[in-house]
Design a protein around this ligand. Structure first.
Ligand SMILES: [Zn+2]
Length: 570
């Protein structure tokens, strides 16, 4: 296991060491590669002084330690041993009246350093057996990973992004919170080696993953379950072997049971939309397709929809992996990773599914030919099917399903009764009702809006344009207060000041011949802006500029006029 953690870290180290300007001669540093070497070092290791020197935040890179001759050594990652922070730490050690050991600095591998700095390794524990000692450094990395995870959950993040830069000493940890891609201060400047070791340890718990070990040079996927505050959290792991190093995206799935699933109204669906959904769900057979972009909450809505089905229906799910625990349903996680065995197991699962006399099937995401065939197979057999697809609007759903990537025949999709309902949804930030400002505040030359290039006068023109487009006075429109208030301010995430959660804006299409007239999702968003819930500027960001809307409308009017003229001529 130790070999696994260190084997491909070496190229990183070499690249780093050659690039760094060094004042301290790194060759003067001693190396402690293993817990055994730490045990044998003389003078002997006593304890970490990280908390005494208040440098716990540096623990992943540097730690001052007390030795049994009362001297102090600095334990460090290889790439920090000659750095400014080590120099500064050395000055502080001397200023506190300690003597430096000889050698003064030691290079340790990330897991060992973390375990020392977090006082998980002590002279007593070093006297115990070696496997246990390695277990402790592994524990330190697992704890650091847990820390990343807990921060994400506390801030309601949907994803954690670990962007490893193999050729740089530090890498990036970002989170998606309320749909925004943010880098919290707390995880700035994460040592690359620590991050890679942490990912290696985390990968050990992966289920249904491709590869026995975390490999930065290939794309990997899988899932793992972690416990946080008694809550079960599933992480869906997807890595991209990018040019600079692996970019690992971890989707956080709170496996709450259906009792905690929000209802459609709570999610943000409007009363008339819920009425259409309820009516269509009554009919037997056919497919409900939920579309949206990545992170648009479509799986949540679908789970919420299915949890409303009456108890006399037999519901089976086939997901990759199961995202929400839906009460009274029989759920199946399938891994369809890039190998043949996984494909066979998907096919055999599907065959077994068809013999289980169910009435309703939740079929993960339709994204390739294999899932496309499962879609045709099940929809053609007369059961109720619920599924998701990536598409930019409800109207694009049939086009996407019939695309070469998925390959469902257009004739099949056009068969009456196959496509029952097509829903598109997006998530938009909701304004904090305690501190939102009237939209007219944009016209004041307020310094809070100085970051935006438009002048107050230009905002005035823009507001007039929106008023004209939607033929309303816009008196109830409001905008985000960038200063926030006590109710909405988030710890060190000023980008989210003035917001309080997100809401669904949806459009619902019944196929041709259906009763429901389409209302675009952007119109739904404008409806909510009219209630003072959404900032108009967020609507532009999510859909398109109001100016574009105006141009499109003008084009449509032109078309109508020329068609009329043509009729008059003929
Ligand atoms: Zn507020």
């Amino acid at each position: 296991m130790r070999t696994m953690l260190t084997s491909w870290r070496r190229p990183v180290r070499q690249a780093v060491a050659s690039d760094m300007p060094l004042r301290f001669d790194s060759s003067a540093a001693a190396t402690l590669s293993t817990a055994d070497e730490l045990t044998c070092m003389r003078p002997a290791f006593v304890r970490s002084l990280s908390s005494q020197f208040e440098v716990e935040l540096l623990a992943a890179r540097l730690s001052p330690v007390l030795l049994d001759d009362h001297s102090v050594a600095i334990f460090s990652l290889a790439e920090h041993v000659g750095g400014d922070q080590a120099d500064e730490l050395e000055r502080r050690v001397l200023a506190s009246g300690y003597r430096l050991s000889n050698p003064a600095r030691y290079i340790l591998a990330a897991p060992l350093l973390l375990a020392v700095a977090r006082s998980q390794i002590t002279p007593q524990s070093l006297a115990s057996n070696p496997p246990l000692r390695f277990e402790q450094s592994r524990t330190a990395l697992a704890e650091a990973f847990q820390d990343l995870l807990e921060w994400g959950l506390r801030h309601d993040a949907s994803d954690i992004h670990l962007n490893v830069r193999l050729n740089e000493p530090e890498s990036e940890v970002k989170y998606t919170v309320s749909g925004r891609y943010l880098a919290p201060d707390r995880f700035r400047r994460m040592p690359t080696t620590t991050l890679v070791d942490m990912l290696s340890v985390a990968w050990m718990d992966i289920r249904g993953g491709n590869g026995a070990v975390f490999d930065p040079y290939i794309e990997q996927q899988g899932s793992l379950v972690k416990q946080v505050d008694g809550q079960s959290i599933m992480l869906r792991w997807a890595s991209l072997a990018a040019d600079d190093g692996p970019s690992v995206c971890l989707r956080l799935l709170r496996r709450d049971t259906g009792a905690c699933l929000p209802g459609l109204k709570q999610l943000g669906y409007l009363a008339d939309q819920i009425a259409v959904i309820d009516r269509v769900m009554l009919s037997e057979g056919g497919v409900v397709v939920m579309a949206g972009t990545v992170g648009s909450g479509k799986s949540t809505s679908l789970a919420s929809l299915i949890s409303r089905l009456p108890a006399h229906r037999k519901i089976i799910t086939l997901e990759e992996p199961v995202e929400y625990l839906i009460p009274a349903s029989i759920q199946n996680s399938v891994a369809r990773n890039l190998n043949a065995v996984a494909h066979q197991s998907y096919a055999s699962k599907l065959r077994a599914l068809k013999r289980s006399a169910m009435t309703d099937v939740l079929l993960g995401e339709i994204r390739d030919v294999e899932t496309g065939q499962a879609f045709m197979d099940l929809a053609g057999s007369g059961v109720n099917v619920y599924t998701t697809v990536h598409a930019p609007s409800a109207a694009h759903i049939p086009l996407r399903l019939a695309s070469d990537f998925i390959g469902i025949s257009a004739d099949f999709l056009a068969t009456p009764g196959i496509l029952k309902l097509m829903v598109f949804q997006a998530l938009l930030p909701v304004l904090c009702q305690q501190c939102a400002l009237p939209a007219s505040a944009l016209q004041n030359q307020d310094r809070s809006f100085a970051s935006q290039p438009q002048s107050g006068r230009q905002w005035g023109v823009w507001l007039d344009l929106v008023r004209e487009l939607y033929a309303c006075s816009g008196e109830s429109w409001r905008i985000r207060n960038p200063d926030g208030c006590d109710a909405c301010r988030k710890d060190r995430l000023p980008e989210l000041n003035g917001y309080a959660g997100r809401t669904v804006v949806a459009e619902i299409n019944e196929p041709p011949g259906g009763l429901h007239q389409q209302r675009p999702a952007m119109a739904c968003a404008m409806h909510k802006a009219g209630e003072g819930l959404i900032d108009l500027r967020d609507i532009e960001i999510r859909f398109h500029a109001f100016e574009t809307q105006q141009a499109r409308r003008a084009l449509q009017n032109d078309d109508t006029m020329s068609t009329t003229r043509l009729r008059m001529v003929t």
